[in-house]
Each structure stands twice: as structure tokens, then as C-alpha cells.
Design a protein around this ligand. Structure first.
Ligand SMILES: Cc1cc2nc3c(=O)[nH]c(=O)nc-3n(C[C@H](O)[C@H](O)[C@H](O)COP(=O)(O)OP(=O)(O)OC[C@H]3O[C@@H](n4cnc5c(N)ncnc54)[C@H](O)[C@@H]3O)c2cc1C
Length: 391
């Protein structure tokens, strides 16, 4: 019946399914455990008609031309430069820390002097890790690093990862950037947008192909079994390509123990007001239990009366019913555990692991799509299309 099977209808699964069907002329079966497509990029109107992102705010940002052009086949875009502010003791300042932030935090004379020093030392437009600022032989420059660490990085990271200051990897701390520029945008990518009709619509168009069948509410673990170096589908050996984008430990019944993740609770609130916070995303970097508040209408450009926000509460992932693993916790012990699971799939030539869960690695949407396109190139024996390359 099918030439290839794809497990999961998120970014990874949708892109690879479309490619195998369209470029490879293959009949593709997509199995999706949830009642909807689009994975964590899923968006839908809430009961007030406000378009919300159910699994946290998603902005498509990229400098990969091939990916931008690929997605553009399935959607028009609402383009904007994504900006984030941090609430520091009630004051909203732009993040990442940049020259505008500098002028908000310090009085004029000192800010002017520091701006001159930073520009001369590191060059206009550069992103300087705070580790470098700390090593700079000027006490006032070092002070900026301390400000960023204390007011933007430390408490936010403790909440996000459930860590004490001692547990935070110094290498991660050192990489926190200060941007020597007046550019307030959160990302520097040339394309920053959301699909005009929403992510779900974009993925619906992608999966809408005569050779693709999508089965929702279908857990692949009930249909697929791996034993004796073979993949069995509903009890029969399957010889085609199988692309798995779900959690790798769950595929093997977590026999070596669970792969650790951070999870999130989302608290949605609706207000009969035109505006709640005046910004799409406000990070709470020194106070509150939640890490950030997103106000959707500022992100999606939707014109609507009333407004819906979401607060994000990080928490440990315990694998309970309905809990979602969001962020892989990368450290040597967890990588070793992941490798043990991956070795179980090594003898399976046509079984491919793709995606943030199957690869136990964080990817942005664009990087995920790029990997899915590359896997399609490999499986179809083709080289990347002429649209490859970065902007
Ligand atoms: C809070 C948050 C915010 C983010 N914001 C951004 C952003 O602004 N910009 C950006 O570029 N990236 C963002 N990302 C990253 C983005 O979500 C990922 O790049 C993307 O989801 C990866 O796609 P995926 O297909 O690998 O995973 P997913 O989207 O998780 O898709 C995997 C799919 O597989 C299904 N599945 C799992 N197991 C099974 C099974 N046994 N049987 C059948 N189906 C199964 C799942 O239900 C799911 O639908 C964010 C991530 C998080 C956590």
C-alpha cells in the first residue's frame, strides 16, 4: 500500500513526507499521535477568535534561502522584525542587551562613554559574549557583563532549566551576547515572519498531496515494532523507508531509562481590552515564576477586538500522560544515554531518525526543515536544488 512511512506530522515529518511524495513519487503514510498536524508549531483560534500558538510562540526566522523559498510555496507571510523586551524590576528594556539598552540602564554621560568604548574595542554591529567583556581591562566594561548576567541571564536561566547558579554551565554563561548596535531585533536573520494564515494552514497545504495519507490520533508505537533487525508494520515486515520523528526512548519502551527533558505549562488568559502589554513577548528575567508572557495579536498581526496572552511556566518532564517533552537537556550523561538508544536502530538501514525528539537536540524551524530537505536529497539520490545557500 505504501512506499514510505513517516511518524509525526511536525516540521520534520511534514517536509520529508511532501518531498518523498512529490519529488520521489512515493506513496507516503504519515502517522500522527495528536489530533492535529503541525507538531509544536500548531496554531488555532481560541474561543474568542484570537489566533494562538498552543505550544508556545513560534516565529519563523532564517537566513537559509532554500528553506524560505520552500515554505513560501505553501504560504504567504506576515513579515516583521521580532523584538523582545525584559521586565527588570518593572522597567522594560530591549534584549539581547544592545546600545539602546545601554542608554536606558545608565545615565547619559556614562552611557555615551561606554558606547564609545564598546564600539572602539569590538566594532559596530558585533555580538560580544559577556565572557569577553569580563576579560576586558576596564572596570566599567566588566560592569556591563555583570549587569547582563544578573538582570537578564541568571534568574531567567534558573527558571528555564531548574538549575542553581552553581549548576549553570560557565561556557553557556560566557556566550550570552551584548550587541554593539542600535538594532533592537531579537534575531538577526533577514527573514522573520509568521505564515499569514497561520502555521497549521501552511502545514495543511504541505501535506495536501494525492500521494500522502495522514492518520491522526494514531500512536506509531501501536503499529510499528522493531525486532530481529527488521521493522514490522501491523505485524508484517516493511521494506520501505521509515522516518521517525518521535521520542527515541519511547520507541524502545524507555528500557534504559527516560531521556531527560524540560517541559512547560502554558496558562492562557483572555482580556476584553485592545492591548495587554504593548509587546509580543516580555521576558521576566528577575521576578515571577513564569519566564515570559506572549501577547499573540502583536506576533501574528491579527486585527481583532480583545486580546489573548500566555504565560510560560517551565517544569521538569516526568513522562506523565499528556506531558510534552520540550527541551532536550544536553549534557554528557544524557548524550551517552541517547547514544545507547540510537545504537538499537543502527542495524536498520531504512529506518531514519529525524527531528528534535528523535535526534534529542534543539532545532529551530528552519534548521529542522533544512535537515528534512537534506534527508530527502539523500533518500532520493539527488543533490540539493538550485535554490540552496544562505542569504
Ligand atoms: C516553546 C518553544 C518555542 C519555540 N519557538 C520557536 C520559534 O519561535 N522559532 C523557531 O524556529 N523554532 C521554535 N521552536 C522550535 C520548534 O518548535 C521546532 O523546531 C520544531 O517543533 C521541530 O519540529 P519536529 O517535527 O522535530 O518536532 P515536533 O513539532 O514536536 O513534531 C513531532 C511530532 O511527532 C508526533 N509524535 C511523537 N511521537 C509519536 C508517535 N509515537 N506516533 C505518532 N506521532 C508521534 C508528535 O505528536 C508531534 O506532532 C520552539 C520550541 C519550543 C519548545
Amino acid at each position: 500500500m505504501y512506499d514510505s512511512i513517516v511518524i509525526g506530522a511536525g516540521v520534520a515529518g511534514s517536509v520529508i513526507a511532501r518531498e518523498l511524495a512529490e519529488r520521489g513519487n512515493r506513496r507516503v503514510l504519515v502517522l500522527e499521535k495528536r489530533g492535529h498536524i503541525a507538531g509544536n508549531c500548531y496554531d488555532c483560534p481560541d474561543e474568542h477568535g484570537v489566533l494562538i500558538h498552543l505550544y508556545g510562540p513560534h516565529i519563523f526566522h532564517t537566513s537559509i534561502r532554500r528553506v524560505r523559498e520552500y515554505f513560501s510555496r505553501f504560504t504567504q507571510w506576515y513579515d516583521f522584525g521580532h523584538k523582545v523586551v525584559a521586565n527588570v524590576h518593572g522597567r522594560l528594556i530591549p534584549v539581547p542587551f544592545n546600545l539602546n539598552t545601554l542608554h536606558m540602564v545608565y545615565e547619559k554621560e556614562k552611557a555615551d562613554r561606554l558606547e564609545r568604548l564598546l564600539t572602539e574595542a569590538f566594532g559596530e554591529g558585533s555580538r560580544v559574549p559577556i565572557l569577553k567583556l569580563r576579560e576586558y581591562p576596564d572596570r566599567e566594561i566588566q560592569e556591563i557583563a555583570d549587569y547582563v548576567y544578573e538582570n537578564i541571564f541568571l534568574h531567567y536561566t534558573m527558571k528555564q532549566w531548574g538549575q542553581t547558579p552553581e549548576e549553570i554551565d560557565p561556557a553557556v554563561t560566557g556566550r550570552v551576547p551584548v550587541v554593539i548596535s542600535r538594532d533592537d531585533r531579537y534575531f538577526q536573520d533577514p527573514w522573520q515572519s509568521v505564515p499569514q494564515e497561520g502555521f497549521t494552514e501552511m502545514f495543511r497545504h504541505m501535506l495536501d498531496h494525492e500521494k500522502i495519507e495522514v492518520r491522526l490520533n494514531t500512536d506509531a508505537r501501536d503499529q510499528i515494532e522493531i525486532r530481529d533487525g527488521m521493522v514490522y508494520v501491523e505485524g508484517s515486515p516493511f521494506c520501505g523507508d521509515v522516518v521517525y520523528t518521535g521520542p527515541l526512548d519511547e520507541l524502545f519502551g524507555c528500557r534504559f531509562g527516560r531521556l531527560p527533558y524540560r517541559s512547560l505549562d502554558f496558562a492562557f488568559e483572555h482580556y476584553d481590552a485592545q492591548d495587554y502589554q504593548g509587546h509580543s513577548v516580555v521576558n521576566y528575567t528577575v521576578s515571577e515564576d513564569y519566564t515570559r508572557i506572549t501577547e499573540f495579536k502583536h506576533l501574528t498581526g491579527q486585527k481583532i477586538d480583545g486580546t489573548t496572552i500566555v504565560k510560560e511556566y517551565p517544569k521538569a518532564y516526568e513522562g506523565g500522560e499528556g506531558e510534552i517533552p520540550y527541551y532536550a537537556i544536553s549534557n554528557p550523561a544524557n548524550e551517552a544515554l541517547y547514544k545507547r538508544y540510537r545504537e538499537l536502530t543502527a542495524p536498520l538501514e531504512k529506518f531514519h531518525l529525524l527531528g528534535r525528539l528523535a535526534e534529542y537536540k534543539y532545532y529551530n524551524i528552519d534548521a529542522m526543515a533544512e535537515r528534512a530537505l537534506a534527508l530527502a536529497d539523500k533518500l532520493l539520490g539527488e543533490t540539493p536544488g538550485a535554490t540552496g545557500g544562505r542569504a
